[in-house]
Design a binder for this molecule. Structure first.
Ligand SMILES: Cc1cc2nc3c(=O)[nH]c(=O)nc-3n(C[C@H](O)[C@H](O)[C@H](O)COP(=O)(O)OP(=O)(O)OC[C@H]3O[C@@H](n4cnc5c(N)ncnc54)[C@H](O)[C@@H]3O)c2cc1C
Length: 400
């Protein structure tokens, strides 16, 4: 693609996750003639809520992570696989790691967050994160190794009792058929603190049915190759508890990936401060959406739902800005929450239903696959599911 031959300065979106891709799709739907460029350092979009099913083999790579090149030709945008390293907001241009310079008319930043290994010394050396495709593939390999060996009898420790920690614990426990004990460490006095009460209850039940021991009011104080040390966050534990662990999975903190490109825009949390229209204060032709974005007057949760809704609004506001129309304010509409709770199990609150068990698992899978960007890819991946006789029968049967 010769970027010098574009008829006008393109609208550029950096980061093709939920926020970035939703922006691109909404811009395309408005079908202006302006070229739209999506830049991502990876070659695949990743549907992160389905990473657990990729880990378990219940879904395949092509279903959870379609290639950007396929999406680009399907939907009609320009895709560049590059890492953006710098933005020159005054000159309206950005620079990639291959030293390509791209001038934009409007820019959307949606670079997301990644595992924060900085909260504990040695963490990077001994812990596995679970926030991207590589993490998932590494853990998948590890599980095969554990299943094929009698060497790993010590517990697997998972740090963080939020949705990711709980969902990961249930899936791994099922994959290991309860052979290895899992310790779930949470610093609060309960797991799934911010989840809806129905889902929390189902999550606690799912954990209780498996070989998973929960340590509440606890945190990992230090770690080395063989041992990690638990301390209590409510001072109940006098001395640290020493655990001879086999593997540590870290789901206890995320942070924006540190990059020079954000230096001009980010606050002390390294997030990008926006106004109510999702614009950066100083540069009104730059928008920010998704997990990297922070609005101090009305903070919203970090979620795929928020990122997608922001992407839609950013696209709308970009078109309005170009036409000289009034911009719209961002408001988050909470549609509900779904948890993956082991192989073939899930819990759903919202989306008009409250449901748990195998049927919830199938509804969750269909609901997510229906949101997969690109109609063709969606049909390819979910068609068999949507039209599966078995599921339709189960959805409409009177049996419990
Ligand atoms: C395991 C897991 C399960 C989850 N489950 C749920 C769930 O059930 N429901 C829910 O609502 N949310 C869930 N989330 C959270 C949700 O996935 C995120 O909130 C969402 O992905 C945020 O979208 P985003 O666009 O901000 O960032 P991302 O989706 O993370 O995308 C960021 C993109 O930017 C790219 N990028 C970063 N830096 C650069 C650069 N310098 N140059 C070029 N490209 C760059 C990355 O490669 C990436 O593709 C889950 C997250 C995880 C990890």
């Amino acid at each position: 693609m010769d970027l010098n031959n574009l008829k006008s300065d393109p609208i550029v979106v950096v980061g093709g996750g939920f926020g970035g891709l939703a922006t691109v799709q909404a811009l395309l739907a408005k079908s202006e003639r302006t070229p739209i460029i999506l830049i991502d350092q990876a070659n695949r979009f990743l549907f992160k809520p389905l990473l657990y099913e990729l880990l378990s083999g219940e879904l395949q790579l092509w279903e959870v992570a379609p290639q950007y090149s396929e999406l680009a030709s399907e939907l009609g945008f320009i895709f560049l696989q590059e890492c953006v390293v710098e933005i020159d907001a005054k000159e309206r241009k950005l620079i990639t790691s291959s030293e390509t310079e791209i001038t934009y008319s409007q820019l959307v930043i949606s670079t997301g967050v990644t595992t924060d290994y900085a909260s504990l010394a040695n963490l990077k050396d001994y812990a596995f994160g679970f926030s991207n495709l590589n993490d998932c593939l590494r853990i998948k390999k590890l599980i095969t190794t554990i299943n094929n060996s009698s060497k790993f009898m010590n517990p697997i420790v998972i740090a963080g009792g939020g949705p990711t920690g709980v969902e990961l614990a249930c899936k791994i426990s099922d994959l290991l058929e309860d052979r290895v004990e899992i310790y779930l460490v949470e610093k609060e006095d309960r797991i799934l603190t911010n989840c809806k009460s129905f889902n929390r209850e189902k999550g606690i039940n799912a954990i209780g049915k498996r070989n998973i021991r929960v340590y509440l009011n606890s945190y990992i104080k230090s770690i080395d190759k063989t041992f990690l040390y638990l301390s209590s966050s409510d001072n109940q534990m006098k001395n640290s508890m020493k655990i001879d662990y086999s593997f540590l999975f870290w789901t206890a903190g995320l942070k924006p990936s540190k990059s020079k490109l954000l230096d001009h825009f980010s606050d002390e949390n390294q997030k990008i401060q926006v106004n109510k229209y999702l614009q950066i204060h100083e540069f009104k032709n730059i928008f920010s959406v998704g997990d990297i974005t922070f609005y101090d007057k009305d903070p919203f949760p970090s979620s795929a739902q928020v990122a997608m809704q922001q992407g839609l609004l950013a696209a709308h506001n970009i078109i309005s800005l170009r036409k000289g129309n009034q911009l719209k304010t961002f408001t988050f509409e909470d549609l509900g929450e779904m948890l993956s709770l082991g192989i073939g199990n899930a819990s759903i609150t919202g989306y008009g239903i409250t449901l748990a068990g195998p049927l919830a698992f199938e509804v969750r899978r269909i609901a997510y696959l229906m949101r997969m960007p690109g109609l063709f890819l969606f049909l390819k991946s979910s068609g068999s599911w949507l039209f599966s006789k078995k599921i339709i029968n189960r959805l409409f049967s009177q049996d419990p």
